[in-house]
Design a protein around this ligand. Sequence first.
Ligand SMILES: Nc1ncnc2c1ncn2[C@@H]1O[C@H](COP(=O)(O)OP(=O)(O)OP(=O)(O)O)[C@@H](O)[C@H]1O
Ligand SMILES: [Mg+2]
Length: 235
Amino acid sequence: MKVRLEAVRRTYGTVTALDDVTATFDAGTLTAIMGPSGSGKSTLLHCAAGLDRPTGGTVVIDGTDLGSLSEHGLTVLRRERIGFVFQAFNLVSALTAEQNVALPLRLAGRPAAPELVRGALARVGLADRAHHRPNGLSGGEQQRVAIARALITRPAVVFADEPTGQLDTQTSRQVLGMLRALVDDHGQTMIMVTHDPVTASCADRVIFLEDGRVVDELTAPLTAEAVAARMAAAC
Ligand SMILES: Nc1ncnc2c1ncn2[C@@H]1O[C@H](COP(=O)(O)OP(=O)(O)OP(=O)(O)O)[C@@H](O)[C@H]1O
Ligand SMILES: [Mg+2]
């Protein structure tokens, strides 16, 4: 088990974004998180990834209780054990693909060996784009650079918030196939938020949130039709 959430709560003033969420994410699995806008998906991801502190409950990653860590300890854990892929690629426009990928290592004061950086780019099929800046790359290529950057520290778990949200259908399928391959071929643990039933159907499990609560889950074998039917049932 890589990630465990136990009765995780997050309130913002009078708004309860997460209402006692308990969930386990096993190593080497891909989990999709779905639910209506405002149901708490991003909040769950941010709390699970140590980007936000829950108001209550515990998050354990790889045996470490995030609540027991100081701010510094949390920063170090995030840098070294967690990868995060955002919907908007969040690349630094002045840096090349290679420099963007090397950034987490530099921030951690670790050597960014060229072969390591090249290897991460090669794993996302971008070995020949190392010297391009983001504005010289397609949307799918930029997202793949962002994924390579999330993987460079060999994180225990990768969190992705709508990683294909800004991509056209074909590019989104390519990026998704790549994420799936990272789970299947490299045993990567991955948790991703998506609105798309086809994307969700590539996961091993889909968790449905409503009003900050887990209301249902589907497990593989999944079809886009079954996921869409469950989404429709919620309306
Ligand atoms: N920083 C914040 N301050 C106040 N309220 C917040 C904050 N972040 C989230 N919320 C509220 O918490 C609830 C859950 O938000 P969250 O962003 O997790 O939803 P979501 O499921 O990711 O939605 P979407 O699909 O639109 O991205 C919403 O009611 C939102 O308004
Ligand atoms: Mg969100």
